[in-house]
Design a protein. Sequence first.
Length: 202
Amino acid sequence: MNINKIYMGIDPGLSGACVYLWGNGVYVFQTPILITKKFKKNKKKKMVQVNHREYDIRALLDRLEDIHGVARSFKATLIAGLESVHAFPKQGSVSNFSFGKGYGTWITALESQKISYQLITPQKWKKYFGLIGCEKNAAVEKVKKLFASSLEKNMVSIYGDLSSGETSLGVNMDIDRRLNHNHADAILIALYLKQVGEKNLC
């Protein structure tokens, strides 16, 4: 089991996730967000209170600092694969702005922790795993197939914590209930980086 390298896969959306592949372990945590209350006009032009989601930058930096500390203590190299997605006209300006903000937030966080990263387009990793043109849930099924032995041995930890220095948490979990397509995307990005090899690191 090679624990000299830790591969990260990042889906930078507000509903995205970050994954660490280390040894035989797969560790996933949801992108940390803050929920605040804001007022906006509804269709009837009345002011209503709504939930507003925002990136929790402090929590994100703390998480990256923790994993970087673990890597240093084990003298492991930490390398990240960040999904690079361009704006989509059909998504609308608000959606594209939000995604672009998340993308920039992750780059800033990685740079601040001096973590080397590679920008990986969805077309590259999806083509590699045969997912071009497939539904979103296809990524979940691909992860279940690729990590079948790890799932059987409970080596996949959703919202896991590497700060203990363990290479596998060995916790029981309901993979069908807790693993969503955002987690699966991040896992496959990390696996793509691990199998294809790091290139053009930032």
